[in-house]
Design a binder for this molecule. Structure first.
Ligand code: BJW
Length: 299
């Protein structure tokens, strides 16, 4: 019977063999998804919690939904901007940031748009935000190039303020709570062309990913890779999920951290992979400790 370390289902033999490989690894890639931020209180996309009111979150995260009902989609994104600003990075975000400081050849690809890795002081030059950021906005007019980064104004325009009851935000993710009827004129508009709506600077299905980000990842993954950490992602969205196969091809051993064993998708386990089942907030600092040292619970 394998022995298990306290407070997690990580077995000591797995932890030992992983730590040995981690310590000898020079080029390390991490692919992160919504499960990394789940313990910070932010919902994932798929499974329980993947609904906002009665809407499947992946259906709201589309240009079709935005064109059909920009007020609804802006309320969804303004709510997520607000919630992510209230949330705090967890120990897994801090552990990855520390690994980046300790290992000069480490690249983290995050599919998350919540800003928690930057807020955990993850070194910017080692972090690629593949699906953009909730705090970037851009003009919807094809002929206008207006883009604004790090817009943390909450609410982004007064009309989108989340209604309150006796000083507390109403939970507008609950379909029982009525949504405001906001006219298009009161939604965020482009200050440059002064005609078109602004939209969140995130990547929706069918849209190209940021060119600089993809080419940096392509460059980085064109050399030998020792290890890929696949953390809290269902690994079904491409091109992100494809980086696991790319890393394998470049020699990487694979370590998956997830609440659930991946039985399908790009993170399906192969012989020789590590699978660490559990909450990323607990498991990630534990498995990286051999290099990062102990990561304190943030206050
Ligand atoms: C925990 C946990 C805890 C829970 N601890 N774990 C090849 C094949 C097939 C299709 C395609 C292909 N290439 C492209 C496509 C099409 C499409 C695609 O991939 N479709 C698939 C669904 C099949 N891809 C695209 O459209 C992409 N664009 C593109 O390819 O463009 C090409 C192009 C070129 C030139 C011109 C035009 C086009 C764009 C993809 C954009 C994805 N966008 C979203 C929304 C972002 C904005 C927003 O946040 O609102 O990104 S969708 C959504 O999914 C979001 C996420 O980043 C992404 C991935 O989800 P993630 O992070 O994995 O979350 P979940 O919920 O799925 O999983 C959470 C996991 O955590 C689970 O496994 C849990 O068990 C686990 N977990 N708690 C540890 N505490």
């Amino acid at each position: 019977m394998p022995s298990f370390t306290a407070h997690s289902s990580v077995s000591q033999p797995d932890l030992d063999s992983f730590s040995k490989h981690l310590k000898s690894s020079k080029r390390i890639l991490a692919l992160c998804g919504a499960g990394l931020s789940a313990s910070s209180g932010l919902p994932t996309f798929r499974g329980a919690g993947g609904y906002w009111r009665t809407y499947d979150a992946t259906q709201l995260a589309t240009s079709e939904a935005f064109m059909e009902d920009p007020s609804l989609v802006w309320q969804f994104y303004n709510y997520r901007r607000h919630m992510a600003l209230q949330a705090k990075p967890n120990r897994a975000h801090f552990a990855l940031a520390e690994l980046a400081r300790r290992n000069p050849d480490f690249l983290t690809i995050s599919q998350n748009v919540d800003g928690l890795s930057p807020r955990a002081h993850h070194p910017a030059e080692t972090l690629e935000l593949l699906h953009g950021s909730l705090y970037d906005v851009k003009c919807t007019n094809f002929h206008c190039d207006y883009v604004e980064q790090n817009n943390f104004t909450d609410p982004i325009v007064p009309a989108l303020e989340i209604p309150q009851n006796t000083g507390a935000d109403l939970d507008i993710s609950d379909a029982e709570v009525p949504l405001k009827d906001i006219s298009t004129g009161d939604l965020p508009h482009c200050p440059k062309c002064k005609t078109a709506l602004l939209r969140p600077g995130v990547v929706w299905f069918g849209e190209p990913l940021p060119v600089k980000t993809v080419s940096r990842i392509d460059d980085w993954t064109s050399q030998h890779i020792d290890l890929i950490l696949v953390i809290g992602t269902s690994a079904i969205v491409y091109p992100a999920a494809g980086y696991i196969a790319t890393a394998r091809k470049m020699g990487a051993r694979v370590a998956v951290v997830n609440m659930e064993r991946p039985d399908s998708g790009a993170s399906k386990l192969n012989a020789g992979d590590w699978f660490f089942q559990g909450d990323a907030r607990v498991v990630v600092p534990q498995i990286l400790e051999a290099v990062t040292g102990n990561i304190e619970e943030p206050r």
